[in-house]
Design a protein around this ligand. Structure first.
Ligand code: NAD
Ligand code: MG
Length: 386
C-alpha cells in the first residue's frame, strides 16, 4: 500500500490520478490533497470520497470555506504554505499536478523529504534546472508527462551508454499545417480545441503554440541528462506513439497506447511496476495509420526559443516559462494575439540574456524566483505597450 499526496487534485491530471487510485484501493491510499481556490466544491467531494488526513488550499479564506463544506469531523485544513507542508510530510509518493511555477517549492520539498515525486508539473523541473536534478536521488523523480514516461519505458531496452538520441513526439496542436501568416487571427476558442488531449487551460494553449514541446525538450534534457542536440522533435498528430529512444545500432524503441494520461500516471504511482488495466490498449481489428512529419520551426518558433534558453541554462528557462504564463493569460483575455505570445516571450528572454541572467554555476532558488518575478513584470509591460 502506498500513501499518496496529490497536489492540484481538482485539475485534469489531479482528477485522473484520483481515478487511478479509486480503481486500485489495494495499492494506493490518498493521505493529502491540495488545490487552488476556484473549485472548493469539487475538492470537498474528493475529501468525502478519499478521506485524506490533511487538505491544503491557497489561503485562510479558502481554508475557512472548505472547513464549512467538509464539517468539523473532516480532515486538517491548511491555508497558505500548504503545498509545501503536504509535500514534506514523508508520504511514499507526492503527485505534483499544480500548473506553473508555483510547483517549484513543493517539488524541492518532496525531493528533500526523500519521497518519490510523480511529476506532472514540468515547469518546476524546467525552471529549477540543476537545483531540482541535484536534489533528486536516482529513481526518485518519475515523470507523468506522457512523452517522458514513454522515454523512461523505452530506456529499459538498452544500456544508457547505447542511447544515441531521444525523439519527442508532438501532436502539432490544433494549428498544425498552418503557416505563420495563417496564425495571425486565431482565437482562444480555436486554440483551446486540442485534437487529441483534454487538458488544463495553460497546457492546452502551450500545445497550440508548441511552448509545451519546448518545455518538454528541456524537461527531457534534465531528466535523462541528454544534450539538447540529441533530442529531436517530430510531429505525430494522433498522439499514439508517445516518444521514442534511438539506440546506437539504429534501433528505435517507442511506447504506444491510445492517448490516456491514466497510463503514465499509474506507472508513476507504482513505479517501477505496472498497474494492470490502467488504460485501454488498441483494438488491432480496426485499420489505423501512424503519420510523422517534421516540425515547422518558422510557424512555431517556440521549440527553438526553448532550446536557446536551455543552452543558456541558469535563470533563462524560468524567464521563458514566466513570460509565457503571463502571455497565455493575456491571450485568453484577448489582450494579446496568438503570435504575440511567443514573440513577447522571445523579447523578454532576449532582454534577460542581455542583462540580468544568472548562470547555472550561481543558480539558487532565490535567483530563479527573482527571474520569474522580473519576467512577469516585463511581459506585462511589453503586452501593455502592444
Ligand atoms: P489544470 O489547470 O487542469 O489543474 C491544475 C490544478 O492545480 C488544479 O487543481 C488547480 O486548482 C491547482 N492549483 C493551481 N494553483 C495552485 C496552487 N497554488 N496550489 C495548489 N493547487 C493549485 O492543469 P493540468 O492540465 O492538470 O496540468 C497540471 C500540470 O500537469 C501542468 O504542469 C501540466 O503541464 C502538466 N501536464 C498535464 C497534462 C494533461 O494531460 N493535463 C499532461 C502532461 C503534463
Ligand atoms: Mg506531454
Amino acid at each position: 500500500m502506498r500513501d499518496v499526496v496529490v497536489l492540484g487534485s481538482t485539475g485534469s491530471i489531479g482528477t485522473q490520478t484520483l481515478d487511478v487510485i479509486a480503481r486500485n484501493p489495494d495499492r494506493f491510499r490518498v493521505v493529502g490533497l491540495s488545490a487552488g481556490g476556484s473549485q472548493l466544491d469539487l475538492l470537498a467531494d474528493q475529501v468525502r470520497q478519499f478521506a485524506p488526513t490533511v487538505v491544503a488550499v491557497p489561503d485562510d479564506t479558502a481554508a475557512a470555506r472548505l472547513r464549512r463544506l467538509v464539517g468539523a469531523a473532516g480532515p486538517e485544513v491548511i491555508g497558505a504554505g500548504g503545498n509545501e507542508e503536504l509535500a514534506g510530510r514523508g508520504s511514499a509518493v507526492v503527485v505534483n499536478a499544480i500548473t506553473g511555477a508555483a510547483g517549484l517549492r513543493p517539488t524541492l520539498v518532496a525531493l528533500a523529504a526523500g519521497t518519490t515525486l510523480a511529476l506532472a508539473n514540468k515547469e518546476s523541473l524546467v525552471i529549477g534546472g540543476r537545483l531540482v536534478t541535484d536534489a533528486a536521488a536516482p529513481g526518485q523523480l518519475v515523470p507523468i508527462d506522457s512523452e517522458h514516461s514513454a522515454i523512461l519505458q523505452s530506456l529499459r531496452s538498452g544500456k544508457r551508454s547505447e542511447v544515441r538520441r531521444l525523439i519527442l513526439t508532438a501532436s502539432g496542436g490544433p494549428f498544425r499545417g498552418r503557416s505563420r501568416a495563417e496564425l495571425t487571427d486565431v482565437t482562444p476558442a480555436e486554440a483551446l480545441a486540442h485534437p487529441s488531449w483534454q487538458m488544463g487551460r495553460v497546457i492546452t494553449i502551450n500545445s497550440a503554440t508548441l511552448v509545451n514541446k519546448g518545455l518538454e525538450v528541456l524537461e527531457a534534457a534534465l531528466l535523462y541528462r541528454m544534450s539538447l542536440d540529441d533530442i529531436t522533435v517530430v510531429v505525430h498528430p494522433t498522439s499514439d506513439v508517445h516518444s521514442m529512444v534511438e539506440f546506437c545500432d539504429g534501433a528505435t524503441i517507442c511506447q504506444a497506447s491510445p492517448p490516456d494520461m491514466r497510463l503514465p500516471i499509474a506507472l508513476a504511482l507504482a513505479w517501477p511496476d505496472r498497474v494492470p488495466d490502467a488504460a485501454p490498449g488498441y483494438d488491432w481489428g480496426t485499420p489505423r495509420d501512424w503519420h510523422f512529419e517534421p516540425l515547422d520551426d518558422e510557424a512555431f518558433p517556440a521549440v527553438q526559443l526553448a532550446r536557446r534558453c536551455g543552452r543558456a541554462a541558469g535563470t533563462a528557462p524560468a524567464v521563458f516559462n514566466a513570460a509565457n504564463e503571463i502571455c497565455v493569460d493575456a491571450f485568453c483575455d484577448q489582450r494579446l494575439s496568438f503570435l504575440g505570445i511567443v514573440d513577447t516571450v522571445a523579447a523578454v528572454v532576449d532582454e534577460h540574456l542581455a542583462g540580468g541572467h544568472v548562470g547555472d554555476a550561481e543558480l539558487s532558488v532565490d535567483a530563479v524566483l527573482a527571474a520569474d518575478a522580473w519576467a512577469r513584470r516585463r511581459a506585462t509591460e511589453v503586452i501593455g505597450r502592444s
